[in-house]
Design a protein around this ligand. Structure first.
Ligand code: ADP
Length: 459
């Protein structure tokens, strides 16, 4: 990051240097030229003033020099006098731009590029009282000439400035970065000394830091919970195995012990699978292949899959709502898990003779799943917490029925990753109604495209 900031500062310096140079060159260029032109005009005006007192055209000679050329032309364009070459050798000047203009309006000027790039001829002409035209011409040095002369020294200065700005930008970046580091690690000491403009940034960093710490704490809590949850069945398994090994178990009880070991192992496997699923869901980014998934079909398949369990718990499963396909754009395996976990809970936290109702339909054009039961119900306080990892209202009931305390956490995560919403309506003694609304297929496609675009931009 430091390097990046340094590069930007340096580039900014170089850019502003180039811009300033270009501006100054332009400014000098035009002002130098203007001055040259004004000098020529001035001289022409002075000569026009003194002209009536001259005896003959050649009296103009003293006013001419190497750089200024004076020409006198009569009203027909014939050259009466020229300070550079004898007038007799010169062609008629009646067609010259500045002469034509002067004859018509009283004064005229023109500029003609000369053979070299750096100079051009400028002519200024005035009509005199006797109808003749007096013209002064001069080679005006363009700024480029000066520029070329001073180019070597300018290059040296430029390189020097570049080196200095590289050094300064490095120093500046270092100091900014170290200031920021100080701000992050010693927030309280620096806060009152901080300039007002920096406060929002400092606050943003602080809240980021707090969130990070919170996340850290939460992760530690989760790890502690996982360890505890894993340890409990393992301790039982180890205990049963120990007893079997020691030969303390009567032959007729061996089967019971093996059954217990089998049950605990099964619990461990479910738990590990749930933890893996959650950690997959925690990873940012893609949630795997998205495809149109029929919620109605999922509901039917799940009801069938859970029919044995329902019978065991003496609970009836009803499929209501749409008999037509209701499509969600999403990850099929994950969505299966949502329907399964919700129905599984509705059976497990039910009472003998109770029912589970699975309903799929469209809310507007949004695919909706409702799982309803008339089981034991959930109090208002618990409704807020049941989506937390490892939170169970009745721990022993959950464990006895094979719960891990992670089912609803997974459900919530999957729904969130699908940009859906989940809500609970319940009270102690039931009924419980859990509703999931997913975005329509079109909405989901748009969101996905936007996310992909963002990803593309970030690269
Ligand atoms: P578990 O594996 O313990 O079922 P879940 O995350 O699926 O974990 O659910 C968390 C807790 O929410 C459960 O322990 C249970 O107390 C409560 N719960 C979930 N579904 C229902 C329901 N349909 N009726 C009553 N209580 C429920």
């Amino acid at each position: 990051m430091e390097k990046k900031i340094g590069q930007r500062v340096f580039l900014m310096g170089v850019f502003s240097l180039l811009l300033t140079t270009a501006l100054l060159v332009g400014l000098f260029h035009s002002s130098l030229e203007e001055r040259g032109k004004r000098e020529v005009q001035q001289l022409t005006r002075v000569l026009a003033e003194v002209y009536p007192w001259l005896n003959e055209p050649s009296d103009l000679q003293p006013f001419a020099d190497n750089t200024k050329r004076i020409t006198l032309i009569d009203e027909n364009g014939k050259v009466l006098y020229d300070s550079k070459s004898p007038s007799s050798r010169l062609e008629n000047h009646a067609e010259r731009e500045e002469v034509v203009e002067a004859m018509e309006t009283g004064r005229g000027d023109s500029a003609r590029t000369s053979s070299t790039l750096h100079t051009y001829s400028y002519y200024y002409a005035l009509r005199l009282s006797d109808g003749c035209v007096l013209r002064v011409g001069a080679e005006i040095e363009s700024f480029l000439a000066d520029f070329q002369n001073s180019l070597p020294s300018m290059v040296v200065v430029l390189v020097l400035i570049l080196v200095i700005s590289a050094l300064v930008s490095r120093f500046l970046t270092k100091s900014v970065v170290s200031q920021m580091e100080k701000m992050i690690w010693h927030m309280d000491e620096v806060n009152d000394r901080l300039p007002k403009e920096m406060l929002p940034l400092a606050q943003a960093i602080r809240s980021y830091q707090e969130k990070k710490e919170e996340g850290e704490k939460w992760r530690q809590q989760f790890t502690a919970n996982v360890t505890h949850e894993l340890k409990t069945p393992l301790t039982s398994i180890s205990g049963y195995a120990e007893m079997l090994k020691s030969g303390m178990v009567q032959p007729e009880d061996i089967k019971t012990f093996a059954g217990k070991i089998h049950k605990e192992t099964g619990r461990l496997i479910t738990l590990i699978n749930d933890i893996l699923e959650l950690s997959r869901l925690d990873e940012p980014g893609n949630i795997g292949p998205m495809e149109p998934v029929d919620l109605t079909r999922l509901a039917r398949d799940t009801a069938e899959m859970l029919s044995m369990k329902a019978e065991q718990f003496q609970v009836q499963i009803h499929l209501t709502g749409s008999t037509e396909s209701v499509y969600v754009l999403g990850n099929k395996t994950m969505l299966e898990e949502v329907v399964y976990n919700l129905c599984d809970n509705a059976i497990r936290y039910n009472l003998p003779g109770g029912y589970v109702q699975i309903e799929t339909f469209l809310t507007g054009n949004r695919p909706t799943l409702v799982v309803k039961d008339n089981g034991i119900g959930i109090s208002l306080e618990d409704q807020e917490r049941i989506f937390e990892r490892f939170y169970r209202v009745d721990k022993s009931r959950s464990k006895d029925t094979g719960g891990t305390g992670l089912g609803l956490a997974i459900v919530k995560h999957v729904v969130m990753r699908h940009n859906g919403r989940i809500s609970v309506e319940s009270k102690i003694g039931g009924p419980t109604r859990i509703q999931v609304i997913f975005p329509s297929v079109e909405e989901q496609r748009k969101t996905q495209q936007a996310a992909q675009q963002k990803e593309g931009n970030a690269e």
